[in-house]
Design a binder for this molecule. Structure first.
Ligand SMILES: Nc1nc2c(ncn2[C@@H]2O[C@H](COP(=O)(O)OP(=O)(O)OP(=O)(O)O)[C@@H](O)[C@H]2O)c(=O)[nH]1
Ligand SMILES: [K+]
Ligand SMILES: [Mg+2]
Length: 383
């Protein structure tokens, strides 16, 4: 039986057992599922381990990368080609794009790499999910949906990505699992446990043969899946935007062929259309009519949490043409120095910063650990 079949079998058991199974048994099933899925993420042994394989991974350029995922013919390549000017074959035939097509888009002066990814959905001719492996390495994922197709697509894509250890629009769980030599299992929770009980926690730990651990839970509403994620450790937490494509197509149809629209609305029903607009992190666009793309690039910029910093040589004005682009969370003066050259931080005596992170407008003298803000200007004074 293949890994995928074993996963399916456990998922079916969990679905049928839902109410009957003890929390201990459910905990065991969740852990078993996670261990099998690990097989898919990085298959052990020959024939497919290691990187995503030829044609899937590409040289990384730019300061951040955005992966386009979605069902065939939702308009990924149309959007990618027009956004970046790099040609990615467009056609009505499904599975047109079979290897990753990279392009670059400049947003507020920062070069962002766009990756048109093939084959991450069921039935894709790539059983090893190499497209998903590349998605794991992106800083942001665009889940492209065709509003004329059923909303179910969204759920299928989310579970394909989740099954590959990608956590969309989530933060890592505030749970600590510390192994020790002896002393058994100690569970401490600084918040009430609402979605899991001690039995389920012990079942998950036993599945991973963890009999001497301290588990500290600071996460309200923690679930067994959160605990499994922390034990598995190979999760990636990536922001995602839902790009609702062809939406103007629908509106264009409303104006031109209301009769036609009645049929199309039947395809996705008024309720689904209403649901569509309630999807958090979503942007309705038309890649073909090139509408609402500004909102899409603004939301991309926000989601990537990039910080532009301009250099200011002594006695000259700042160079606004080529920002040093850092990422929130790694945007100290030291990160700024290292982004320019690894020796600069050592040579620095102090830095002067102007902008949002400086205390006063005439500039503030700071050290390496000062945290910068978007559009700050920095002068580095050397020894
Ligand atoms: N009406 C309309 N059609 C679109 C839009 N965007 C793309 N299309 C059409 O949808 C079809 C598929 O577009 P592609 O860009 O090839 O889709 P894809 O997601 O890259 O497809 P695969 O590479 O096969 O996964 C083409 O006929 C496009 O012209 C849109 O905004 N509106
Ligand atoms: K296509
Ligand atoms: Mg394509």
């Amino acid at each position: 039986m293949t890994t995928v079949q074993k996963i399916k079998e456990i998922e079916d058991e969990m679905a049928t057992q839902k109410n009957k199974a003890t929390s201990y048994h459910l905990g065991q099933l969740k852990a078993k599922l996670a261990k099998l899925r690990r097989e898919l993420i990085s298959p052990s042994g020959g024939g497919g381990g290691g990187g995503p394989g030829i044609g899937f991974d590409v040289a990384r350029t730019g300061v951040a990368s955005v992966g386009f995922v979605g069902f065939p013919s939702v308009g990924k390549s149309t959007l990618m080609s027009k956004l970046t000017g790099t040609h990615s074959e467009v056609s009505e035939i499904d599975f047109t794009t079979l290897t990753t097509v990279p392009g670059t888009l400049k947003v507020h002066g920062a070069p962002i790499q766009i990756l048109d990814l093939p084959g991450i959905i069921e039935g894709a001719n790539d059983g090893r999910g190499r497209g998903r492996q590349v998605a794991r390495t992106c800083n942001l994922i665009f889940i492209v949906l065709d509003v004329l197709k059923p909303l179910g697509d969204k759920k299928i894509i989310e579970s394909e990505l989740e099954g590959f250890g990608i956590r969309l629009n989530k933060k890592p769980p505030a749970i600590l699992v510390r192994k020790k030599d002896k002393g058994g299992i100690a569970i401490t929770n600084t918040v009430p446990l609402t979605n899991i009980d001690q039995e389920e926690i012990k079942a998950v730990l036993s599945e991973y043969k963890l009999s001497n651990v301290d588990v500290t839970i600071r996460q309200p509403n923690m679930t067994a899946d959160d605990l499994v994620d922390v034990i598995e450790g190979n999760r990636v937490y990536i922001p995602a935007l839902y790009v609702l494509n062809k939406v103007v197509y629908l509106l264009v149809e409303i104006i031109c062929h209301s009769r036609w629209l009645c049929m199309q609305i039947d395809a996705i029903s008024i309720e689904e259309l209403d649901l569509l607009y309630k999807i958090p992190h979503s942007v309705p666009v038309s890649s073909r009519e090139w509408l609402n793309i500004d909102e899409l690039t603004e939301k991309m910029w926000e989601a990537l949490e990039l910080v532009r910093v301009y250099t200011k040589p002594r006695g000259q004005s700042p160079d606004y043409s080529a920002p040093v682009v850092l990422r929130r969370g790694r945007c100290s003066v030291e990160d700024f120095c290292n982004a320019i050259h690894k020796e600069i931080a050592k040579q620095m005596k102090y830095a002067v910063v102007w902008g949002a992170s400086a205390k006063h407008s005439r500039g503030q003298k700071v050290g390496l650990d000062h945290v910068l803000e978007d559009e700050d200007v920095v002068h580095i004074a050397k020894n």
